[in-house]
Design a protein around this ligand. Structure first.
Ligand SMILES: *Cc1c(COP(=O)(O)O)cnc(C)c1O
Length: 369
C-alpha cells in the first residue's frame, strides 16, 4: 500500500495552474482601489450574467446573502410558508427563518436527489410565498414540471445554484430558469472566490433593482433608507478573481465530467451505489456522491488507504435544531434521510490527477469490489 494522499479538494493545485492571472487580477484592484462593489465587481456582474444567459446579475458577499436577498426580493415575510428541500447545506433554508417564515420541506427524487415534482403540489397552501429548490451536487432539478406547477399558482421559484454554475437543463443554464438564481462562490465551489462571495441572477429588472437596493443598506438614494437594508456587497478582489476564473469554468466542468465518467465506469459493478444523471450530459459534478450502507466503515478504510472522503450532508435540514417543530419530523422525508445516512463524497476536482483517480478506484474496489 502506498502512503500517497488523495485530498478531498486541492485549492493549491488550482492556484498553481493560473497563478499569473490571479495575481494580475488582484493587482488591478489594488491599482484602481475599487475595493467594495467597484469596477471589477461590476465587470464580474456583466461577465456572469452573460455566462448564465440572464439579463441581470447582482454580486453579493456570500451564497447565504444571495438566498436572503432573493427571498426578501420576492416578498417572503412573517407567517409565510416557503417550500424547500431538506437535503442541502443548511444555508439554503436559513433565510426562511431570518424572515420569520415557516419552512415546508418536500422529499427528493431517489434517482436525481433533487426536489420531487410529484410531491410539490400537496405541499402548496394559500400561505406558500416561494419555492426554493436546490440543484444538488451539480445536477439541475427537474424544472419543467416544477415551473409549470409554480406558474399556474403565481409562486416564485428560487434556484439554489451553489453547486451548479454552468450546469444546464434542456439547453438553459442554472440560474436562468426560475424567478431568481442564487450562487455561492465559496472557495471550494466549482467557481470559487478567494474569500466569501455570491450572486443573484434574474431576468426581472424590478427584482434586480430591489436586490441592489437591499444589498447596499436599502438606499434608494445616497443616505436615504426607505427600507431595512443589509451590507451584502461583494468586494472588488473577489470580482476580479471570479472574472479570471470564469474563463476556465467550462474546461473545469468538462474535466469533472470526465472524472465522474471514469468513476461511473469502474465502480458500476461494485457494491456501492453510484450517482445517476436524470438527463445525461447536464451534470457538472460539484460532488461525486456514492451511497453505501456502512459508509463509516468504508470512509475509515479509504482513509487508511490515503483517500479522503466527505459527507454532503449527514444531517438533513429538517432534523437540525432550529428547524424542529416546523412540521417535518424524523421519518417524514424517507429518501432524504436515507441519503443523509448513506452518502459519501469521493475526491473529484479538475486538478485530480489520473494516478490519484486510480488510487481512489482501487481503494474502493478493494473494499467493495
Ligand atoms: C455553499 C452553499 C450555500 C451557501 O453559500 P455560502 O457562500 O457559504 O454562504 C448555499 N447552498 C448550498 C447548496 C451550498 O452548497
Amino acid at each position: 500500500m502506498t502512503n500517497r494522499k488523495v485530498p478531498i479538494i486541492d485549492l493549491k493545485a488550482q492556484l498553481a495552474s493560473m497563478e499569473g492571472e490571479i495575481r494580475a487580477a488582484i493587482d488591478s484592484v489594488l491599482d484602481d482601489v475599487g475595493f467594495s462593489n467597484g469596477p471589477a465587481t461590476r465587470r464580474f456582474e456583466e461577465d456572469f450574467a452573460a455566462y448564465c444567459g440572464v439579463e441581470e446579475c447582482v454580486a453579493v458577499g456570500s451564497g447565504t446573502s444571495a438566498l436572503h436577498l432573493a427571498m426578501c426580493s420576492v416578498g417572503v415575510g412573517p407567517g409565510d410558508e416557503v417550500i424547500s428541500v431538506s437535503m442541502s447545506f443548511v444555508a439554503t433554508a436559513w433565510p426562511i427563518l431570518y424572515l420569520g417564515a415557516r419552512a415546508v420541506f418536500v422529499d427528493i427524487d431517489p434517482r436525481s436527489y433533487t426536489l420531487d415534482p410529484e410531491q410539490l403540489e400537496a405541499a402548496i397552501s394559500p400561505k406558500t410565498k416561494a419555492i426554493v429548490l436546490v440543484h444538488l451536487y451539480g445536477q439541475c432539478a427537474d424544472m419543467d414540471p416544477i415551473l409549470a406547477i409554480a406558474s399556474d399558482r403565481g409562486i416564485p421559484v428560487i434556484e439554489d445554484c451553489a453547486h451548479t454554475p454552468g450546469a444546464e437543463y434542456k439547453g438553459r443554464r442554472a440560474g436562468s430558469m426560475g424567478t431568481v438564481g442564487c450562487f455561492s462562490f465559496y472557495p471550494t465551489k466549482n467557481l470559487g472566490a478567494y474569500g466569501e462571495a455570491g450572486a443573484v441572477t434574474t431576468n426581472d429588472d424590478a427584482l434586480a433593482a430591489r436586490a441592489r437596493m437591499l444589498r447596499d443598506h436599502g438606499q434608494t438614494e445616497r443616505y436615504v433608507h426607505d427600507h431595512v437594508g443589509y451590507n451584502y456587497r461583494m468586494d472588488g478582489i473577489q470580482g476580479a478573481v471570479l472574472s479570471a476564473k470564469l474563463k476556465h469554468l467550462d474546461a473545469w466542468n468538462d474535466r469533472r465530467r470526465a472524472l465522474a465518467a471514469a468513476y461511473d465506469e469502474r465502480l458500476g459493478d461494485c457494491r456501492v451505489i453510484t450517482p445517476r444523471e436524470a438527463i445525461p450530459g447536464n451534470h457538472i459534478y460539484h460532488l461525486y456522491v456514492i451511497r453505501d450502507d456502512d459508509r463509516s466503515a468504508l470512509a475509515a478504510s479509504l482513509g487508511r488507504r490515503g483517500v479522503a472522503t466527505g459527507l454532503h450532508y449527514p444531517i438533513p435540514i429538517h432534523l437540525q435544531e432550529p428547524f424542529r417543530g416546523m412540521g417535518s419530523d424524523e421519518g417524514d422525508l424517507l429518501v432524504t434521510e436515507e441519503l443523509a445516512r448513506t452518502c459519501l463524497s469521493l475526491p473529484l476536482y479538475p486538478e485530480l490527477r489520473d494516478d490519484q483517480l486510480e488510487q481512489v478506484i482501487e481503494a474502493i474496489l478493494a473494499e467493495r469490489g
